[in-house]
Each structure stands twice: as C-alpha cells, then as structure tokens.
Design a binder for this molecule. Structure first.
Ligand code: PAF
Length: 291
C-alpha cells in the first residue's frame, strides 16, 4: 500500500528518517491529473534515487483571479492507482490549509524572468510556483527534483530560485512527452473538444517547422522563424488568441527574433508558444541548437 503523508511535519519526519538511514530521495512535484509526462518524471527519479516521493497539490497561489483553479482536473482515485503501479515510496498530499495557514505572509519572487512570456499573461503565477516549490523542497528535502521541459519558463524560474537561494537540490529537467500527433501532454488537454483536440498539434507543427528553418543554418536573423510560427498559428480555425509565439534567448527569455542568428551560433535558442484554443490556454516549446 502506497504510504500517503498529509501534513508537512509528517512528510518532513519521513524524509529525515530516510536520510538518517542513508537513503537518497528523488522528488516529483505535481498538481495531479497524472499523465505519461508525469510518469516519465517518476521513472527518471526511480533510476537515480533510492526512494521517490510524488506530491499532488493543486496550488491555489499559482492561479490568478479568473483562471481555472476551480475546474482544474482532479482525479485522485485515478492518480492513486497510477502511482501504485509506478511503485513509488511515498505520496505527499497536503490540503491548502496545511500549506498556507492563517496569516501566511512569505512569498518568493524571482524578478525579471517571472514577468516575461507566461508571466505577462498570468499575474503572480511564477511567484506562486516558486513559493510552493520552495515549501515542497523544505518539506521533502530531496537530493534531486524532476520537472518537465514542457513548462520551460517554470524550469528557468526554479533553476534561478534554487541557485540564488543556495538550495541543496539537483534539478533535472526532462524531455516533453507527446501524444502520437505531437501534442504535448498536459492535464489541460482534457478541456479540449474533439474538434479543438484535432487542431491542437498545430502548436508543435509550428515549432518544428520554425525549428527546421533555424537548424538549416540559412537564416541571417530569427525573424523568418518567428513569422513562420505566427503564420502557422493564424491558419488554425480554433486558435482564438495568440499570446506569444517567437524565438527567445534560453536564459533571459527575451525575444531575439530581430537578432543575428550568427550571434547565437553553437547555442540553444527556445521557440515558445502560448495560445488559447477556445478558453483553454495551451503552451509548448522547442529547444533548437543554432548551427
Ligand atoms: O508543473 C506543475 O505541475 C506545478 O507548477 C508544480 C511544479 C507542481 C508547482 O505547483
């Protein structure tokens, strides 16, 4: 039976005991509605650590007013069955009141990068993410923690937080897991109607076509790649809003579509997209090495 810990203090005691026995802990934070992307993170953790802990917590602090906190997919029974099959060592399952008690007043703000890309459309989102991830790290005290590259900006924010605050954890950023037609796995895919779902792989197609332009080595500037992304997204019958879609510096997340490709030769740039299909917000990205 999968060991489930509900309070932060019980979780901390569990981790302290395992560390005193000389065990290493790998940690996979999630908001539940588990899919193959999450399972791949769990598999990666199991390969590198003696023990693997998964958390399920739909973090209210990372949803702004009017977002989908209330309707975010929750499937605890399904998640529990999946976790039992993966043979992890512990599940951390706190309530919001355990994580944010009365008078909670401490937030972590990773300045600069948190306001770009998704941060420009989701006020306070990355402060909510950084705060809960710091709390989870302090509670589980893992040697290693695993995040999906699908949320590329989240990875950059967490990397910066961990470096700036000297957090004693190694971060592992793992490849995006995709459906057969290229759509990045996401719990929010469940919101799509059949027609919208049929159209959704257009994000990955735009990224791949623009990525090929860059890796082909013929571009003077990245402008053509950014324009191609926009053209492909605009051809969709179901995309109701393009929030961003361009070529970005992988560290600063600045839009570099006007920059000379030669200045990035040998480096990796990030193609990233955020759109709304109906009312569902989807993001995706592709890392491309410039020849
Ligand atoms: O990527 C997610 O599911 C969440 O942002 C995370 C890292 C679990 C923090 O709530």
């Amino acid at each position: 039976m999968l060991e489930t810990l509900k309070s932060p203090s019980a979780m901390q005691q569990w981790s302290q005991k395992k560390h005193s026995e000389g065990k290493t802990i790998g940690f996979v934070p999630t908001m539940g509605a588990l899919h193959r992307g999450h399972i791949s993170l769990i598999e990666a953790s199991k390969q590198e650590n003696d023990l693997t802990v998964v958390s399920i917590f739909v973090n209210p602090a990372q949803f702004s007013a009017g977002e989908d906190f209330e309707k975010y997919p929750r499937d605890f029974d399904g998640d529990f069955k999946k976790l039992e099959q993966t043979d992890i060592d512990a599940l951390f399952l706190p309530q919001a009141s355990d994580m944010y008690g009365d008078g909670f007043a401490t937030f972590i703000e990773v300045r600069g990068i948190s306001g770009k890309l998704c941060g420009a459309y989701r006020a306070g989102h990355f402060t909510g993410v950084a705060t809960v991830v710091a709390k989870l790290f302090n509670t589980i005290m893992p040697e290693r923690a695993y995040f999906g590259l699908k949320d590329y900006q989240q990875c950059v924010v967490i990397r910066k937080m961990a470096a700036d605050l000297n957090m004693p954890v190694s971060l592992r950023f793992c490849e995006t897991v995709r459906e057969q037609d290229g759509l990045a796995m996401s719990s929010r895919n469940a919101y799509l109607s059949a027609d919208q779902r049929h159209d959704a792989p257009i994000l990955y197609r735009a990224l791949c076509e623009a990525g090929s332009l860059i890796s082909g080595g013929q571009l003077l500037k990245f402008t053509d790649a950014a324009t191609l992304i926009q053209q492909i997204l605009k051809s969709s019958a179901h995309i109701s809003e393009i929030q961003y879609g361009s070529v970005y510096d992988s560290e600063t997340l600045d839009d570099i579509s006007e920059q000379d490709a030669a200045s990035y030769s040998g480096k990796t740039v990030t193609l990233a997209i955020a759109v709304k299909i109906g009312s569902t917000r989807l993001i995706d990205n592709l890392l491309v090495t410039v020849p």
